[in-house]
Design a protein around this ligand. Structure first.
Ligand code: S3P
Length: 173
């Protein structure tokens, strides 16, 4: 079985993915990291130099390759992955795959993302926290349609990544 982690930017997909991988002793794949290695460029530079459409096409191609070659892995997606093209179909039709949504509140996401926005091209231009929060609220509402189709929804709240990983293992067993 593959476990696929989805959720908004800053929800902890990579951190929880790595913990799940060592807990379950299976390989971990970070979709953004595969893209960075393929392009030999940071995600923010791909957006800047080649544009978002180029990134989304590459994201779709990389997702298909990773999913078709994966059997027993933890895969963390980018925040936008389930929401573009036929990615949701790819995920749903990929054999035994459990999709897990790491759900966080708009306020908690905004607090986290405001500190780290420079590495994230979708939000890097927000200089006021309030504007970022308004954007996250609207964006999360739109993306929720996709995230909420997951097999398991985990409320992140104040839980540590270790507790979240344990919760996922228990729920999927
Ligand atoms: C994106 C999220 C990023 C990365 C890209 C686009 C998005 O991944 O794929 O910057 O559209 O939400 P993280 O969720 O890991 O930050």
């Amino acid at each position: 079985m593959n476990i696929v982690l989805c959720g908004y930017m800053g929800s902890g997909k990579t951190t929880v993915g790595k913990l799940l991988s060592s807990e379950l002793n299976v390989d971990f794949v970070d979709l953004d990291q595969v893209i960075v290695e393929t392009e030999k460029m940071a995600v923010s530079d791909i957006f800047k130099e080649k544009g978002e459409i180029y990134f989304r096409k590459l994201e779709n191609k990389t997702l298909k390759e990773v999913i078709s070659s994966a059997e027993n892995r933890i895969i963390s997606l980018g925040g936008g992955t389930p929401c573009y093209g036929n990615n949701m179909d790819v995920l749903k039709n990929s054999g035994e795959t459990k999709m897990v949504y790491l759900k966080m509140s708009v306020e908690a996401l905004t607090d986290r993302l405001f500190e780290e926005k420079n590495t994230r091209p979708v939000i890097a231009h927000y200089t006021e926290k309030k504007d970022l929060q308004d954007f996250v609220r609207k964006h999360l509402f739109e993306r929720g349609y996709y995230y909420l189709q997951s097999d398991l929804i985990v409320e992140v709240g104040n839980k540590s990544p270790e507790i979240i990983a344990k919760e996922i293992v228990a729920a999927l067993n």
